[in-house]
Design a protein around this ligand. Structure first.
Ligand code: ATP
Ligand code: MG
Length: 442
């Protein structure tokens, strides 16, 4: 993509409304635009990151055996009356009346709808386990939308729903999602810590929030330092092996970890002082087992091996891709801008022409742009006539992991400069060297 053609509305000034760094940087880098309180458009740079984040989530959901569907955003109130939640949900639910005076709502979540899909088709335990997910916009009329896409009213959510014959099956399904989450966040360069969360009237211990440590996080969290060194399961993980998956979950739930709601001072005081990490955190995912809470009132049952009808045992598993992007920026930035992990970066390389119009610089840039593109690299080529200083500032702000800088002096010597955005290290390379370095590792 040529920057001269790319819609990248960079802001020079710090937007006054942005209280935290991720919100500030997302606005300044032209990733998002606020349209109403807690509602945002995703501009091209932001949309590219959002797509990459969703793709990682999708790959890990699929690997763990979940299947993607897509349910509507607008739902009928009827289903929610069946579960009893239409009256319980309160003001966070946006209620809508259609032209036939029917009660509708903009979905804040999808338990009822997915349970309706399940009960319409599935009759036998032989069709279980089943896990269906979608990545869809949600609306919650939050009392205090703030921090940009971190806490918005309209936001993207990946929500998965598992259906099993009994608790044992539901627990195995829960564990698979737990491990999928560890892999998902780690692939985005994040260290997410699973923390015990409220189970309310459901009881049990199958509810975890996945928390990223960050000083701007909304919750106070307490955990053992060991979490920072626990190995994240690799791509070879066998999700069909319940025992192996269970062992990973055990390893990741043994050290102490709790948000302030679940914090237990007595247990915490047993952790040696040097091992305690008390910090602030951002919730990026939440997994929850709720048994027959929806299947019972909505009559979603299957025939078991015993020939009897059983209400299915369910769980739900959420991740907020839009909030995640803010969390990634909170975790990875410096005073000059964003620093994208390679897995979610909107482009791989910023190709910077220091002197657009100079025949040799233009020629070398066009050549590199074509060759790196042909090798499968996403290159953002700064072919604008801005001054070099402005181009460097833009490249640092939008945070692409690599900058390839082409200037008249280097070109005369057959060289360009390669800058690593993470370390700031610069290296001179021959033009062929750049092609070999970035062209071969795709
Ligand atoms: P919170 O306690 O932060 O309000 P929640 O418990 O309401 O979150 P869930 O219902 O578990 O969240 O939703 C699953 C995921 O959706 C959350 O982990 C989070 O990543 C994301 N999410 C929830 N509410 C918002 C929001 N208002 N803006 C952006 N993302 C959100
Ligand atoms: Mg909430």
């Amino acid at each position: 993509m040529r920057l001269s053609r790319f819609f990248l509305p960079i802001l020079k000034e710090n937007p006054r409304e942005a209280e935290i760094v991720s919100h500030r940087l997302m606005l300044r880098a032209g990733m998002i635009r606020q349209q109403a309180a807690g509602s945002f458009s995703w501009l091209p740079l932001g949309k590219r990151v959002l797509d990459k984040v969703c793709q990682i989530i999708r790959e890990e959901q699929n690997r763990a055996g979940a299947q993607e569907i897509l349910m509507p955003t607008i739902q009928s109130a009827e289903l929610w009356r069946e579960s009893g939640r239409y009256d319980d949900y309160g003001k966070e639910m946006l209620r809508i009346i259609d032209r036939h005076e029917r009660d509708m709502l903009y979905g804040p979540t999808n338990e009822e709808m997915v349970t309706d899909i399940f009960r319409s088709y599935v009759r036998s335990y032989k069709d279980l386990p089943l896990n269906l997910y979608h990545i869809q916009w949600k609306f919650r009329d939050e009392v205090r939308p703030r921090f940009g896409v971190m806490r918005s009213r309209e936001f993207l959510m990946k929500d998965a729903y598992s259906f099993d014959l009994d608790f044992e099956g539901a627990k195995a399904a829960y564990n698979r999602m737990f491990v999928a989450y560890l892999r998902t966040f780690s692939r985005m360069g994040l260290q997410a810590i699973p923390m015990r969360a409220e189970t309310g009237p459901i009881g049990g211990d199958l509810s975890h929030e996945f928390i990223i440590l960050a000083s701007t996080g909304e919750s106070a969290v307490f955990c053992h330092k060991n979490f920072l060194d626990l190995p994240v399961p690799g791509p070879e993980t066998d999700f069909s092996d319940d025992a192996a998956i269970g062992n990973i979950v055990k390893e990741w739930t043994t050290p102490y970890a709790a948000t302030d709601e679940m914090h237990d001072e007595a247990v915490w005081s047993e952790v040696s002082e040097g091992d305690r990490l008390s910090a602030r955190g951002i919730e990026v995912g939440h997994i929850f087992h709720f048994g027959t809470k929806y299947s019972k009132p909505m009559k979603a049952s299957v025939t078991g091996p015993d020939g009897k009808e059983h209400f299915v045992s369910m769980g739900s598993y959420g991740i907020g891709p839009s909030r995640l992007i803010a969390a990634i920026i909170e975790a990875s930035h410096d005073e000059n801008g964003i620093i994208w992990p390679e897995s979610v970066t909107p482009f791989d390389i910023a190709l910077i022409n220091m002197k657009t119009g100079d025949a040799e610089c233009d020629r070398v840039c066009e050549d590199l742009y074509a060759k790196l593109g042909a090798a499968g690299r996403d290159v953002l080529y700064d072919d604008t006539d801005q001054r070099a200083g402005g181009k460097f500032a833009t490249a640092d702000l939008i945070g692409l992991p690599w900058q390839v800088i082409v200037g008249p002096r280097g070109v005369a010597a057959g060289e360009v400069e390669v800058k690593n955005r993470v370390t700031g290290e610069r290296e001179n390379m021959s033009i062929e060297g750049v092609v070999a370095r970035f062209g071969s590792s795709v």
